[in-house]
Design a binder for this molecule. Structure first.
Ligand code: NAI
Length: 331
């Protein structure tokens, strides 16, 4: 019998890639636009597998409903799994798999894009020139060359980011709970978290969201940073305490903020809200700063990454269907 898979938070591009690569597997996919959460979990009745993304809320209540509906596998089509209650899944004997690495380059290169755009203001120059305004006023940037770049989390993405930015001739300092010897050989210096905050001109966050990293950027840590620091977050929104970052921007301690993720993003990101009245006061305040650049969780979004995400997810489901060992299980 064909595996029945309910895909939540589906966008046209998800459906496109799943349908294209499913030809090799012949699973029975149903695509739902809605997020998965406790109120939509009843849609999973009769499905073997749910496939979810970053903003689906797979909490205890949702998992209970999945279990009652006979779902045996939660297949995350992303790397982070902070939105799934792993303990509850275990309790209900539902397996959880993810796509641990699909393209660290995609995210690292997007972090670099945020740095260069914020710094050299190409987004503003583009609009100016289209309007016939060829002035350079306020477009001045700085050389990334010789700046000190602080990297928090040197796993797959952080390590790739180190290698990318090394090409600019920066001093790279890093903090991680476990050090990467390959990076040390490349000249990356590991410091304490406080040391990185204190010395870095640019800070890029690449650690996962967990109880130790939640609001790692807050009033206290911002106070220790360099005047005019650039902070880049392509990891998870809740690494930054947004009201504290807004204070830091208002008092000019933070010189630039580039974020691809936002703590309350589930109500905003991935949707066209251009004709709606946005109710989120914090994002509206962030959008009002000339030195803040926001992208809506697109760092992963390259063709190469989509192929990897799709094929790994299909392989994860295939292994489950064949009762094989789950290589990418989250335990
Ligand atoms: P990874 O698991 O390879 O690396 C994470 C690193 O963070 C590890 O080296 C780990 O030791 C370190 N770490 C753990 N706790 C830490 C702490 N308290 N302080 C400092 N470092 C700590 O993960 P990967 O693939 O590099 O991804 C990193 C994060 O990027 C993911 O957790 C995910 O949230 C985010 N991400 C964002 C995407 C986007 O589109 N914006 C796409 C993919 C991932």
């Amino acid at each position: 019998m064909k595996m029945k898979i309910a895909v939540f938070s589906t966008k046209s591009y998800d459906q496109h890639y799943f349908e294209k690569y499913n030809q090799d597997y012949d699973f029975n996919f149903s695509f739902f636009e809605t997020n998965l959460h406790a109120d939509t979990a009843n849609l999973t009745d009769g499905f073997d597998v749910v496939c979810v993304f970053v903003n689906d809320i797979v909490d205890e209540k949702t998992i209970e409903i999945l279990s009652n509906n006979g779902v045996g596998l939660i297949a995350l089509r992303c790397a982070g799994f902070n939105n799934v209650d792993i303990e509850s899944a275990k309790k209900h004997e539902i397996k959880v798999v993810r796509v641990p690495t699909y393209s660290p380059e995609a995210v690292a290169e997007h972090a670099m894009a945020l740095i260069l755009t914020l710094n050299r203001k190409t987004h503003k120059a583009y609009n100016r020139v289209r309007e016939g305004n060829f002035s350079l006023k306020n477009l001045i940037g700085f050389n990334v060359h010789k700046k000190t770049v602080g990297v928090i989390g040197t796993g797959q993405i952080g390590a790739t980011f180190c290698k990318v930015i090394k090409g600019f001739g920066c001093r790279i300092i890093a903090f991680d709970i476990s050090e990467n010897s390959e990076l040390k050989e490349l000249g990356i210096e590991y410091l304490s978290l406080e040391g990185v905050f204190k010395q870095a001109d640019i800070i890029s966050l690449h650690c996962p969201l967990n109880e130790n990293t939640k609001h790692i950027i807050d009033k206290a840590s911002i106070a220790t940073m360099k005047e005019g620091v650039m902070i880049i977050n392509t990891s998870r929104g809740a690494l930054i305490n947004t009201p504290d970052a807004i204070d830091g921007l208002t008092n000019k301690k933070i010189g630039y903020l580039g974020i691809d993720v936002y703590e309350q993003e589930e109500n905003l990101f991935f949707e066209d809200l251009s004709e709606r009245i946005i109710q989120d006061e914090l994002i509206l305040r962030l959008m009002s700063f000339p030195n803040v650049l926001i992208t809506s969780h697109q760092a992963f979004f390259t063709k190469e990454a989509m192929v990897e995400i799709t094929t790994t997810t299909l392989e994860n489901i295939h292994a489950f269907a064949k009762s094989k060992a789950l290589e990418n299980e989250v335990k």
